[in-house]
Write a protein that binds this ligand. Structure first.
Ligand SMILES: Cc1cc2nc3c(=O)[nH]c(=O)nc-3n(C[C@H](O)[C@H](O)[C@H](O)COP(=O)(O)OP(=O)(O)OC[C@H]3O[C@@H](n4cnc5c(N)ncnc54)[C@H](O)[C@@H]3O)c2cc1C
Length: 382
């Protein structure tokens, strides 16, 4: 039984559905006879973070283990398995730097070398790749581009996991906000707010921003997850700009990114505002900050914000996901804390879930179970 129908819960449920079987105990009637059951509070999977992502795969964020998880996920997106439509298209990522950011640019380039090929650019190269950038003294003068970055289709990804899950005898229950979790004998008994009951021996906590709350419901210790809000605005590009030819462009410090969104531009001030778990909404300040930083670094003016949204990126204290069995609750498995990389790492993380639960081969070189284990964090969320 998986709590949470975002990319984490659905990918894990799909991976496990090939291994699971229907419970044969008398109480199995409670579990709707699914081999794997995903319980989602909202009526639609992906309503929270997974549906609000910028949906990129690149290596310019995160730390080395997150980059390894990303690298191990890449093939899944480029050559999706049966049950999935096309999941990716190439979208180069450009990193421009002002003179005061050259040291940061070089440090980031060094971090990326083990993972991808980058091409160094001078001012002319920057202008050629991204004609909307301000170029010259006081503005961007150097940079690099990674032509291997990809834009993901988050919707197709969630649909594909749902399809595989159902094909293997699993199911997703929407409008099933879990309100109580009790261990009875060797099973978890879960009741939704609407009074539906479910039962399974193994419970996966993929509750995203709410995962600490889910753990507390089950009597397990929290791990100190911190949801942080991130804001996106969408606006019209200036006339004469071929928007679809623009790269995804990110400043060296986490100040601003922008890229093509159909025929418009999407941009974020890369905000990380700590919040309680909630249906995150964009705030005026961060929208204005996005517009200000766009106008500071590019020739674009944000005359009107056509569209906006915000979502939560949920972090552990070391900014690595938490994946593994809880040390303090039998049959309780953590799958949370994916931060800003939950889409691009989902296939590798789901394979880790499969490995830890069903004993399949470990397919992520350079990442160890201990690095992701909840044992490193339990008690941090008192
Ligand atoms: C603006 C933005 C940009 C991003 N850009 C990228 C990017 O470019 N690349 C990338 O890889 N990642 C990106 N991310 C991060 C990515 O979206 C997340 O890491 C990922 O979606 C987390 O997935 P999740 O399944 O853990 O969370 P969610 O999608 O939030 O799913 C958790 C689910 O659990 C459910 N739930 C909670 N409590 C209960 C309960 N008691 N009962 C039942 N259900 C419950 C919730 O309703 C929710 O649907 C971005 C995120 C944001 C906000």
């Amino acid at each position: 039984m998986v709590i949470g129908g975002g990319v984490a819960g659905l990918s894990a449920a799909a991976a496990l559905s090939a291994h699971a079987r229907v419970m044969e105990s008398a109480a199995a009637a409670l579990s709707a006879h699914a081999r794997v059951m995903v319980l989602e509070a909202e009526d639609q999977p992906g309503f929270h973070s997974s549906g609000r992502s910028a949906a990129l795969l690149h290596y310019a964020l995160g730390n080395p283990p997150v980059r390894r998880l990303t690298q191990a996920s890449r093939q899944f997106f480029e050559q999706p398995p049966e049950g999935f439509g096309a999941l990716s298209s190439r979208l180069p990522i450009l990193t421009p730097a002002r003179a005061d950011e050259f040291a940061g640019l070089d440090a980031l380039a060094a971090d990326l070398v083990p993972f991808t090929d980058i091409e160094r650019l001078d001012a002319d190269g920057l202008k050629r790749e991204c004609p909307v950038l301000k170029i010259g003294p006081g503005a961007a003068e150097r940079g690099f581009i990674d032509r291997t970055a990809i834009k993901l289709d988050g919707h197709a990804l969630l649909q594909g996991f749902g399809h595989v899950l159902r094909a293997n005898g699993g199911a997703v229950a929407g409008n099933a906000r879990v309100a109580s979790i009790v261990r009875v004998g060797g099973s978890w008994r879960v009741e939704s707010e609407r009074g539906e009951a479910f039962e399974a021996p193994l419970l996966i906590n993929a509750g995203g921003a709410w995962a600490d709350n889910v753990a507390r419901l089950a009597g397990a210790q929290a791990v100190g997850l911190q949801p942080k809000r991130r804001t996106i605005i969408v606006f019209d590009a200036p006339d004469g700009i071929d928007v679809r030819a623009l790269p995804f462009t990110k400043s060296v410090p986490d100040e601003v990114y922008f890229g093509p969104e159909a025929d418009r531009i999407f941009a974020s001030p890369m905000d990380e505002i700590p919040t309680d778990p909630c249906d995150a909404q964009p705030e005026e300040y961060e929208m204005a900050l996005a517009a200000h930083r766009i106008e500071e670094r590019t020739i674009m003016q944000v005359h009107r914000i056509e569209h906006r949204w915000a979502g939560l990126r949920t972090f552990t204290s070391d900014r690595l996901p938490v994946v593994g069995f809880a040390p303090d609750a039998d049959g309780f498995f953590w799958l949370a804390g994916q931060g800003g990389a939950g889409l691009q790492t989902a296939p590798a993380v789901a394979s880790i879930v499969e490995s830890l639960i069903a004993g399949s081969d470990w397919r992520v070189p350079g990442v160890s179970p201990g690095e992701l284990s909840p044992a490193r964090l339990v008690g941090q969320g008192a």
